[in-house]
Ligand binder design. Structure first.
Ligand SMILES: C[S@@+](CC[C@H](N)C(=O)[O-])C[C@H]1O[C@@H](n2cnc3c(N)ncnc32)[C@H](O)[C@@H]1O
Length: 317
């Protein structure tokens, strides 16, 4: 089943789909560091390009489209400008890509899986979300389903609520439910590294700031050593000010998470493994893992999508 991955980042959705038996034949992102990490870990290299400028005819024929499109314009922490912001128009690029496959290649992709922040649902009193679903349903002709999924319900100790939109071309698909949840059988403490370098430990000055219940206008309760991590975020500095980062205590004091621990909290690695290659600087790595889709959730969705495609006889077509 040929998958095109838009806004692939370091491939959280991709890994979930590959592990469920899908074949990612084309992936794209315009961030060279994200593509560097992606290419270090996937067989098929991602194409480095701005998708709004990439020719539609150069995107190969595919059966399934996956895309965690950028959430900044919709996120609760953003300015909530939505489609007025140019980044908000990226959904329309996704629609154009599907439309091109249908009209110019005579190929209607069988499924579309989109991921975004939960606040997408309430943005502009729900109009943005309604419009997205309307375009998928009315203009592109898909059965459209949506759900909120939390990473901590799919086996990783991180609270991360995201909205998924899952669409099928086959009209026989009349329902699609959230994938079955699974028990959380380890906590953030269980995935921590040992002998962590000094640079991850906080100085007394920073410690005072992060424990002071939010600075710079942010009002939040500083909590450390949570069993279930707060959402990893691409903009760690913001989280820092809001006392919303994840801090843990080890023998040398209080410290921030290492990039490897972030990889584990996002399901790229198990609680004790270190297989996912991280070829970039720490600051790029934090951004990349903060931006990523949790692999476990992507995999749970991918398995359900596969089941539907098998039921309709489209999996092996
Ligand atoms: C939320 S992240 C995607 C996470 C990823 N889908 C995953 O599964 O882990 C959004 C990505 O969109 C990329 N992006 C934003 N605008 C883009 C554009 N115009 N063209 C290509 N990529 C873009 C960013 O570089 C970022 O990596």
């Amino acid at each position: 089943m040929r998958v095109a991955s838009l806004f692939c980042g370091i491939g959280g959705l991709d890994k979930g789909f590959v592990d469920a038996g899908f074949d990612v034949i084309w992936a794209n992102d315009f961030d060279k560091y994200a593509v560097e990490t992606y290419n270090a870990n996937f067989e098929t290299p991602a194409t480095l390009a701005d998708i709004t400028e990439y020719p539609l005819e150069d995107i190969p024929e595919f059966d399934v489209l996956i895309g965690g499109f950028p959430c900044q314009p919709f996120s609760m922490m953003g300015q909530q400008k939505g489609f007025e912001d140019t980044r908000g128009t990226l959904f329309f690029r996704i629609a154009e890509i599907i439309d091109y496959q249908i009209k110019h290649r005579g190929n209607k992709p069988r499924a579309i899986i989109l991921e975004n922040v939960r606040a997408l649902r309430t943005h502009d009193k729900g109009h943005t979300f309604a419009r997205i679903k309307e375009i998928l349903r009315e203009e592109l002709g898909y059965r459209v389903f949506d759900m909120n999924l939390n990473s901590s319900d799919y086996g990783v100790p991180q609270t991360r609520n995201r909205t998924y939109i899952v669409c099928f071309a086959n009209e026989k698909v009349t329902e699609f439910e959230a994938p079955p949840t699974c028990e959380l059988n380890y906590h953030m403490q269980d995935l921590l590294e040992t002998d962590v370098p000094d640079k991850y430990f906080l100085s007394e000055k920073i410690k005072k700031t992060v424990l002071s219940n939010g600075t710079g206008g942010w009002d939040a309760k500083a909590e450390t050593d949570l069993p279930i991590a707060r959402p990893l975020c691409a903009t760690m500095a913001k989280m820092h000010r809001a006392s919303q980062d994840n801090y843990v205590t080890q023998e040398k004091g209080l410290r921030r998470l290492t990039p490897r621990e972030c990889a584990r909290l996002q399901g790229f690695d198990g609680p004790k493994t270190s297989d996912y290659i991280i070829p970039v600087s720490d600051s790029q790595a934090y951004k990349q893992f903060g931006n990523a889709v949790t692999v476990n959730v992507a995999n749970a969705v991918a398995k359900e999508v596969r089941k539907k495609l098998e039921e309709t006889g489209e999996w092996n077509r």
